[in-house]
Structure formats: structure tokens, C-alpha cells
Write a protein that binds this ligand. Structure first.
Ligand SMILES: *Cc1c(COP(=O)(O)O)cnc(C)c1O
Length: 399
């Protein structure tokens, strides 16, 4: 054991024995040419599937012109991307970065700075919710508050409070004169596809307004068309002051964004924040191409239609195997099956039959297909799910 070489790749992931050579649409192919239906999308990243011709074209064209340009200069694609994001939602302004955790870091810093520049620097505490996931930096594992991600990395950062999801009384009790903001995923991803109700989001909005707090939505996973709306909160009347994006934003190219109202962003003056790679030309070309597709007339409507069909079939499965599938959760193409059998084992069996899924908290099997799936992919996925989950239920146990 002592002489065993340490893995060249830091072993922080328990990787499946699968390796892919190329992807096309909703499918990944391994070296042997075996085809897998990708209902994980790299954890809600490749929202337009693999090798989408428009994205490939946009990235190729940008790669031939300019890869990197410092934020010391005007970056054409970044300006355009920011204007398009602003036009599509509540926000007035955008900070571009490279990942979800960075988008959350920017959101947290912005909230503190908002109060600071108003002479209330004591207001720094951020309220988050149990089951949350906001990334793996020190601030974001503190915000997430999950023991499994904090273990061995303490001390956690000061200034974070956490209450149960959906518990308004607990929120009110936890807020105090030092509170700066409430941070919530409208639909928790890693936590097990747990959606906040519109009424709860609305109540948070009212509390924030009454107490002069900022409301931050983490739409890193649920944003970018995944729910059939460009942003998940757009299914409700509620608007945040700040929103973090990443994952699907670049369709597979790393890019993140922190969007905000002018008021919430008012403390972020030149020099207060930055990123070497944030808003680089390649990332912006990818994200602009993603927006071209998502915002094309009819695209999100089709996502809603195919999502309704997938949900209908999953509910049918749940009705047929109630001892195995305890619940169908989620919205749009951000779906979860809460299972009775251990979901990691189910996941391996599904992969062996050519269906890739992702595990989540609450023993939930996450289904995050690319937004471009059609009836054939839905039927194939549900067929494989039925083979595996049907066998995992009463019938197998009875044998
Ligand atoms: C993935 C995720 C993050 C972190 O994103 P990274 O790009 O991995 O840093 C933050 N919030 C949510 C909701 C996520 O799903």
C-alpha cells in the first residue's frame, strides 16, 4: 500500500469505469463505439446536447480569431452576452466568471458590499437552506452547510446561517440585524431535486423587502432553460436581486455569471472584484451561441412539451412500481425519482444498459437530459428505467 503510486489525477472523485470518446446530440460513445443516452448532461451542463452544430461553429470561429483578452480591455462578446442576459430577466448588470462557485462568491461579496457602501457593514450574514449546494470553495461549502463537504476543511467561514427548506418561521427567527441576504436554489439540485414552492419564494421576497435584505437565487443548475423557462424563477412572479448562473450557460464550455439589479450591484465599483479568465472570448462565444438556440422562437415551448411527456411517463412508472419509485420530483427537464433501492446501485445498472443518470441527496436519481431530446429519447430512457426499476422492485425480491 505504501509503495502504491498516488494517482496522477487527485482522487477526489469516485469515477465510474466509463470513458467517452465523442458525443452527438443526446448520446455519448465509448471507445468500443457503444452508445449511451446521456440523461446527466455532465450534471446539467451540456443542455443542448453534445457537438451541437451551432455551438461548434461559434467556438471554432472564435478560436480562429481570439482566445483570450484581458478585462483591462473591452471584450466584444462579453458586452453582447451581458446585454442579452440583462434583456432576458430582472437584472441590470452582469459579472462574468468561470464556474458556479465563482458566480456564488461574486453574489456573496456583492451582497456584503451593498450593505457596506450604505454604511451598514455589520450586515454581512447570509442565510441559506438545508440541503443546499453552492460549490466547493470555502465560502460556498460554508454556504452549503453540508457536513460531508466541510469535514476536514474547518474552520468554516463566519457569517452564514442555515434553516430548513420551506420553513418560514425558522427563516424569520434566524434573521437579525447582521443579516445581509437570503440565498436559495429555487430548485435544489444536489440536495435531491427539491423545489421551493412559489409561495415560499414569494414570502422570502417580502421578508427581504421589509428588512432591506437582498434575495439571491442560485440558478446554476436550474437555470438556462432547464425548467422550460429561461430561468426557473420565471415560472413565478418572484424576482431576486442577484442570481448566479453557470453549468448550462456555456453548453459545456466553462463560464459562469452573477446577474444583479443596479441597486444590488451598487457597491461593486472598479477594483472591488475581478477574474483573469472571466468573460473571455471563447466562453462568451459559447454562451452567446447557447442563447441563440434557447431564445429562438419555440425552443423553450418544445422543452416544456417534451418535459411534460417525460414526466407523464415517469409518473406512469411510479404508479406501476410504487414500492421502488417513491416520488417523481422536479420541473421541466430537471427531474428526480426518489427511490427505495440504493440509487447508486440503480445508477450503475442503468449505465450498463446504456442510460446515464446522476445521483442526488434524499436517495434521488436525477434525470437531467439535454433540452434537445425528442420522443425517441424519452421512450428509450423510460424503457431502460422500467427494465431496471421494475426488476429492482417486488418481482426480483419475490424470486
Ligand atoms: C454545480 C452547482 C454549483 C457549483 O458550480 P461549479 O461550477 O461546480 O463551481 C453551485 N450551485 C449549484 C446549484 C450547482 O448545481
Amino acid at each position: 500500500m505504501l509503495n502504491a503510486p498516488f494517482p496522477a489525477l487527485l482522487p477526489v472523485y469516485k469515477r465510474a469505469e466509463l470513458s467517452f470518446e465523442r458525443g452527438e446530440g443526446a448520446y455519448l460513445f465509448d471507445r468500443a463505439g457503444r452508445r449511451y443516452l446521456d440523461f446527466g448532461s455532465g450534471i446539467a451542463v451540456t443542455g443542448l446536447g453534445h457537438s451541437h452544430p451551432h455551438l461548434v461553429e461559434a467556438l471554432k470561429a472564435q478560436a480562429e480569431r481570439l482566445w483570450h483578452c484581458s478585462n483591462l480591455y473591452q471584450v466584444e462578446g462579453a458586452q453582447q452576452l451581458a446585454e442579452r442576459l440583462v434583456a432576458a430577466c430582472f437584472a441590470d448588470t452582469v459579472f462574468l466568471c468561470n464556474s458556479g462557485a465563482e458566480a456564488l462568491e461574486a453574489s456573496i461579496k456583492m451582497a456584503r458590499r451593498f450593505h457596506y457602501q450604505r454604511g451598514q457593514s455589520e450586515r454581512h450574514r447570509i442565510l441559506t437552506f438545508e440541503g443546499a449546494f453552492h460549490g466547493r470553495t470555502m465560502a460556498t461549502i460554508t454556504a452549503g452547510g453540508q457536513d460531508k463537504y466541510l469535514e476536514g476543511f474547518r474552520p468554516a467561514l463566519p457569517g452564514f446561517d442555515q434553516v430548513p427548506m420551506g420553513d418560514l418561521a425558522a427563516v424569520e427567527a434566524a434573521l437579525g440585524p447582521e443579516s445581509a441576504a437570503i440565498l436559495i436554489e429555487p430548485i435544489q439540485g444536489e440536495g435531491g431535486i427539491r423545489a421551493a414552492t412559489p409561495a415560499f419564494l414569494n414570502a422570502l421576497r417580502q421578508l427581504c423587502d421589509e428588512r432591506d435584505l437582498l434575495l439571491i437565487f442560485d440558478e446554476v443548475q436550474c437555470g438556462m432553460g432547464r425548467t422550460g423557462h429561461l430561468f426557473a424563477h420565471q415560472a413565478t412572479e418572484v424576482q431576486p436581486d442577484i442570481m448566479a448562473l453557470a453549468k448550462g450557460l456555456g453548453g459545456g464550455f466553462p463560464i459562469g455569471a452573477c446577474l444583479a439589479t443596479a441597486r444590488a450591484a451598487s457597491g461593486m465599483t472598479p477594483g472591488t472584484h475581478g477574474s483573469t479568465f472571466g468573460g473571455n472570448p471563447l466562453g462568451c462565444a459559447a454562451a452567446n451561441a447557447v442563447l441563440d438556440v434557447l431564445l429562438a422562437p419555440g425552443f423553450l415551448g418544445q422543452v416544456e412539451r417534451i418535459a411534460a411527456e417525460l414526466t407523464r411517463q415517469l409518473k406512469g412508472l411510479a404508479a406501476a412500481y410504487p414500492e421502488t419509485i417513491l416520488e417523481v420530483r422536479g420541473a421541466g427537464l430537471m427531474l428526480g425519482l426518489r427511490l427505495a433501492p440504493v440509487n447508486t446501485e440503480i445508477q450503475a445498472k442503468l449505465a450498463a444498459r446504456g442510460l446515464l443518470t446522476v445521483a442526488a441527496g434524499d436517495n434521488v436519481l436525477r434525470l437531467l437530459p439535454p433540452l434537445i431530446i425528442g420522443q425517441a429519447e424519452v421512450d428509450q430512457a423510460v424503457g431502460i428505467l422500467e427494465e431496471v426499476l421494475g426488476a429492482a422492485g417486488g418481482r426480483e425480491a419475490a424470486q
